[in-house]
Design a protein around this ligand. Structure first.
Ligand code: F6R
Length: 604
């Protein structure tokens, strides 16, 4: 989603701001802009589309100044055009914003009575108008920002710059994260530390409700009550902010190929001696049921884990998408462990769902990839999935690492509940420990998968089928294909085929079937045959045993190594990812930043 940067520097900031914004590109955006204060005056440049367009504008119309703020916008209120691009300005103040100001219409009405009229469709402009209004009433910038923030409803991160103040930026956090960077006679602000990486590794994260008054000498922070607050300066590991494609054409392929390594790291952390070793605080004997909540790909990892928790640990498990869960406000039974899964740790709906569950569930555990995120901080226990920075908007290695940590949780639960004996545990662990190798073998099939993708690329629609744990894999595969190639895709539990979707079957519809040779294989094959009997084009993804018994009549087939109950959905995620990747390559779509998508969805 939107990216924010700010610099009080010793050098011309415009090129440095654009560079910092480039490091936030991965979040997804559709316009960008920067503003500086120079000789006391504010000025700004904005452009629709990629940052290269903003750079072009700056070549023809440079922007001077040693203090500036910048923004990449992911449109929420109003179209992606130059007028709606940030920074937004009103009189002596300019502001960039991530999040949503929910009461902006009411504020607009109040402000119109004072002679302020908006020139954009955005909620953000209202913040600039409100702050300008308080400045006009004689408040200094600090008081004006405090008065402004007090009137805003919603979740946001804001950064202000003022006419006549070349040594002041004011940052405010409520709902969306902000990092303050400390330099040598310079200070920085970023949506995350990645944006600031070339400039500093000394970072202060703002807490909920904080406002920071930043000069080149440092930051004075007040908390939500207005009291002075101390926030530590943390040193960020250089490795944690490295963003490069390591010779790959896209971040997505780099991240797909990193999976065997990062998955091994998760196994080493959570099963160092070959058996699950989770924090003692997580005592499964205290829980009778599990609730899992997430969005998108994270939701599919939870759906997969439901099978594991129920089949292996025999614990009833409920899974929901966060946007539904939070407003359904379901009762949460006693002795419930609530697990929230989020790569970014900032997804607005998942965070709201976590807050809803907080006083009701016995324990809140989060699985996150960003240890400093809100969802990590607000949980009783945060488990890092250790996937490393995921830059591609489409999630890949975070998904398989989420699955790995969830698999270990399910085994730990099974052990604690006495649902599994030593032999059973050893055999599941053996299965899990072979995943990095199975992944490496699967990645060698990249060229075969690229050929299969040629079948999908011209199709207007694709159907994915799977049973049991493979149902969630089918859902994830459909999501990946949609987001990367913009081809309509649907996924069904194979057994549901006859209850409606079979009407879609015709020769032009590719039907991708995920079917390892497991105990449900024959059932899935029956469904596949129903498709073939209607001249549907079946692409079967299976193993050697599956190939031997069911390849007849399929349009195409991909043979993966043999997998087990835990390794299956993790390994089969790779062809799902690579099929989407190669189909997108064939179609020429924007792979790392698909249209309309954002990496960290910090608005509802
Ligand atoms: C799809 C994808 C999204 C995210 C979803 C939740 O490839 O990345 O569906 O999984 O937006 O994001 P997190 O995990 O950050 O809460």
């Amino acid at each position: 989603m939107c990216g924010i940067v700010g610099i009080l520097g010793q050098h011309q900031v415009a090129p440095i701001l654009v560079d910092a914004l480039k490091r936030l590109e991965y979040r997804g955006y559709d316009s960008a802009g920067i503003a500086t204060v120079n000789n006391g005056l504010l000025d700004r440049r904005r452009a629709v589309g990629k940052l290269v367009n903003l750079s072009d504008v700056l070549v023809h119309n440079p922007l001077a100044g040693l203090a500036g703020i910048g923004h990449t916008r992911w449109a929420t209120h109003g179209a992606a055009n130059e007028q709606n691009a940030h920074p937004h300005a009103c009189g002596p103040v300019t502001v960039v914003h991530n999040g949503i100001i929910e009461n902006f219409r009411d504020l607009r009405e109040t402000l119109s009575a004072h002679g302020y009229s908006p020139v954009t469709d955005t909620d953000t402009e209202t913040v600039a108008m409100l702050c300008a209004h308080y400045l006009a009433q004689g408040h200094d910038p600090k008081a004006a920002v405090q008065a402004t923030i007090a009137e805003l409803d919603g979740a946001f991160a804001l950064l202000f710059l003022f006419e006549g103040h070349e040594n002041l930026m004011i940052a405010a956090r409520k709902g969306s994260p902000l990092a303050i960077g400390h330099g040598d006679g310079e200070m920085y602000v970023g949506s995350d530390a990645i944006a600031l990486a070339p400039m500093t590794d000394q970072i202060t994260y703002l807490d909920e409700g904080d406002i920071a008054f930043i000069t080149r000498d440092g930051a004075d922070i007040i908390d939500a009550t207005g009291a002075p607050a101390h926030r530590d300066i943390q040193r960020i590991e250089a490795q944690a902010t490295v963003i490069d494609k390591a010779g790959h054409k896209h971040f997505m392929t780099k991240e797909i190929h990193e999976q065997p390594v990062v998955l091994s790291e998760a196994l080493a952390r959570y099963a160092p001696n070959g058996i699950p070793a989770l924090p003692e605080a997580l005592d499964f004997t205290k829980f009778d049921r599990i609730l899992m909540v997430a969005c998108g790909t994270g939701y599919y990892s939870c759906l997969t884990a439901k099978y594991w928790f129920e089949q292996i640990a025999r614990i009833p498990c409920e899974v929901d998408v966060a946007s539904e869960f939070r407003y359904r406000e379901p009762p949460i039974a006693p002795r419930t462990l609530a697990i929230f899964v989020s790569q970014s740790g900032e997804t607005a709906d998942t965070l709201a769902a976590l807050r809803y569950a907080k006083d009701q569930a016995d324990m809140i555990v989060s699985l996150v990839n960003v240890g400093t995120s809100s969802i990590a901080r607000e949980a009783d226990l945060a488990l890092a999935i250790l996937a490393g920075i995921e830059v591609s908007v489409a999630s890949t290695k975070a998904y398989t690492n989420q699955l790995t940590v969830l698999a270990l949780l399910a085994l730990a639960a099974a052990q604690a509940k006495g649902a599994i004996d030593d032999h059973g545990l050893a055999s599941h662990m053996k299965d899990l420990r072979q995943v990095p190798d199975l992944m490496r073998q699967t990645l060698k099939l990249d060229n075969d998968i690229a050929s299969l993708a040629k079948t999908l690329a011209p199709a207007p629609s694709v159907l994915f089928l799977g049973r049991g744990v493979m149902f969630a894999t089918a859902l994830e595969a459909a999501l990946k294909l949609k987001e990367l190639s913009y081809i309509h895709a649907e996924a069904y539990a194979s057994g549901e085929l006859k209850h409606g979707p079979i009407a879609l079957i015709e020769p032009a519809l590719p039907v991708v079937v995920f079917a390892p040779h497991d105990r449900l294989f024959d059932k899935t094959v029956s469904n596949m045959q129903e498709v073939m009997a209607r001249h549907g084009q079946v692409m079967l993804i299976t193993d050697a045993q599956g190939r031997a018994s069911a390849s007849d009549g399929t349009h195409s087939l991909l043979e993966l190594p043999a997998t087990g109950d835990l390794s299956g959905p993790i390994v089969y995620a790779l062809p799902a990812q690579l099929l989407a990747y190669h189909t997108a390559m064939a179609k020429g779509t924007d792979i790392d930043q698909p249209r309309n998508l954002a990496k960290s969805v910090t608005v509802e």
